[in-house]
Design a binder for this molecule. Sequence first.
Ligand code: ATP
Length: 137
Amino acid sequence: SNTTFTMIKPDATGKSYTGAILDRIVKAGFSIKAMKWTKLTKEQAGAFYAVHKERPFYGELVEFMSSGPIVAAILEKENAVADFRKLIGATNPAQADEGTIRKEFAASVGENAVHGSDSDENAAIEGNFFFSELERF
Ligand code: ATP
């Protein structure tokens, strides 16, 4: 598919990196199909990351993702999911390639600035979590 889903996470919005990160995304050739500035409750963050419920970092992840504002967006580009994962870089910024968004903006494996869907199926599920038909085109 040609769409993916992203969030700019609370560490990045809190450091006022939102504009710079959106600039990197648009300059990499992604177009924005839907976007919102919002803040997740703990319950909403827990539901979004339910696939990670059994992981040791789940509690920390839910706390972090509900700790401040986020930007959620649906992005369009040919080969969107794989190209966006390449643009953001490795989960751990210490392992992220030079030139990736996480290399430039992320602080740690937990507070890593951005989310990117890992499959077409999850891109659709995650986009639907945040956006109704009226909020996208
Ligand atoms: P995302 O799904 O946010 O794009 P990812 O696919 O690169 O990230 P996952 O392994 O799916 O990474 O983990 C999801 C999120 O959980 C990570 O982005 C990070 O915020 C958090 N996380 C992952 N590993 C750890 C860890 N060891 N300690 C703390 N938080 C972690």
